[in-house]
Each structure stands twice: as C-alpha cells, then as structure tokens.
Design a protein around this ligand. Structure first.
Ligand code: PRP
Length: 213
C-alpha cells in the first residue's frame, strides 16, 4: 500500500506535531534525527512526512502532493485553499492581533491607516468587515519594526507570549481571532483514503479533546 503523505509545518508547531503523532502510535524516531532531509518515513513505513514552510502546507494539500497536514489556523486563513480543516489540535495557541503604540502616532500625516503584516488577506478582510479603508504594507518578518520605524501605524500579527511586542514598546490594540494548530486534509484523499486517514484523525481527536487552549 502506498504511504500516506503528511505535510508538517516547520518551525514552532513541528515538535508538538511529532509528539502528537507519537501518541497516536506512529513510530516517529526517524523524524527526531538531526537531519537536513526533507522527506522522512516513520519506523513502520506507513507514512511519508514532508517538512515544509508553514505557508506552503495548504498548497501541498490542495494539490494532492500531501494527503493531510498539520498547520496553524493563521496559515489556513491567510492561504484560503480548497481543503478540509478537520480538527483543532489545541496546541500552538496564540492570537491574531492588531498591535501598535498605545497612543497612535503619525496618523495625521496619512489619510489611511497603514497596516504592516505578513498576513495581508487576514488584515484586508478584518478591516473590510469594519468598513475601514487601509493601506496594507506586506512584510515577511520582523513586522514589529513597522510602527517603530514609521513604515506603518499598526501591525496585524501573531501574539503568543506578548514578549516581542513588549520588548519593542508596542501593545495589543485589538484581537482579531484565536489561533492554534489544525489538521487539514486533501478533499480527494478524504474520499479515496478515508479508511487510513480517519482512524488517525480519530486518535488525534481522542488525545486532544480534553485539552484546554
Ligand atoms: C512571530 C510573530 C511575532 C512573534 C510573537 O514571529 O510574528 O514576531 O512570533 O511571539 P511572542 O508574542 O511570543 O513574542 P516569528 O517568531 O514566527 O518570526 P518572524 O518575525 O520571522 O515572523
């Protein structure tokens, strides 16, 4: 039988995702080896794991290059792909927020609110729903610099501990939504490989359902 391909987001969610798979009975020792390999199998050769940038996980799943994957809700919202979000895994809890200086500066010189973010779609949708016309500045990291340097008035970004904001003299101004890790599945795989995918998701559900965010 062909292995199921599972895409895992590299970075902050990866270790917890591997821990959860192990709790589900997947023998993950090969995934813990210090290697630069991007495709790894489990010890029973039932799965093929690929480690990809978080923003690419939904793309692999949508195109069927991965049958399922573990990725943050932030990425699912931002990438907005045609895939099924199956389960909240209740780890990687954080919030999508608008942040900036407590007293906004610099607005007087600009007629539109300038919003710096990696999450352009989330920011655009949030302000559109409020009926606020904004100028969105796309950045790829260190977004907190936006208000500090005067590139933007506020940022839309993930807040986990709040330490990055605090260290840079910024604060949460509005909460957009709560975030956590999710399992997402390719639509065709869910039909054609249901008997392999659903038992794994069911185990994940049993393990995570008692957890609080
Ligand atoms: C994220 C986010 C914030 C920080 C928030 O960045 O963009 O900068 O984490 O975490 P905290 O509230 O616990 O301080 P990430 O570490 O992913 O790096 P990046 O700036 O390169 O996106």
């Amino acid at each position: 039988m062909q292995q199921l391909t599972v895409a895992l987001a590299k970075g902050r969610l990866a270790d917890e995702a591997v821990n959860l798979l192990e709790q589900c009975g997947v023998r993950c020792a090969p995934l813990r080896e210090n290697t630069r390999k991007l495709v790894l199998g489990d010890a029973d050769n039932k799965y093929r794991f690929i480690f990809v940038k978080p923003a690419d996980v939904p793309t692999y799943i949508e195109r069927g290059a991965a049958d399922l994957g573990v990725v943050g809700k932030d990425t699912l919202l931002e990438e907005s792909k045609d895939i099924y979000e199956m389960l909240d895994l209740k780890f990687g809890a954080c919030r999508m927020c608008v942040a900036g200086f407590r007293e906004q500066r610099a607005r007087v010189t600009h007629n539109k609110l300038r919003v710096a973010s990696k999450y352009v779609r989330i920011a655009r949708d949030y302000y559109a729903a409020k009926g606020v016309d904004v100028d969105i500045v796309k950045l790829t990291g260190s977004v907190e610099l936006g208000p500090i340097i005067g590139l933007a008035d506020v940022i839309v970004d993930i807040v986990e501990s709040g330490k990055t904001l605090e260290a840079n003299g910024l604060a949460v101004l509005e909460e957009i939504c709560k975030l956590s890790a999710r399992v997402a599945v390719n639509k065709v795989s869910l039909k054609t490989r249901k008997d392999e995918i659903m038992p794994l998701i069911e185990k994940m559900r049993q393990i995570t359902e008692g957890r609080c965010l």
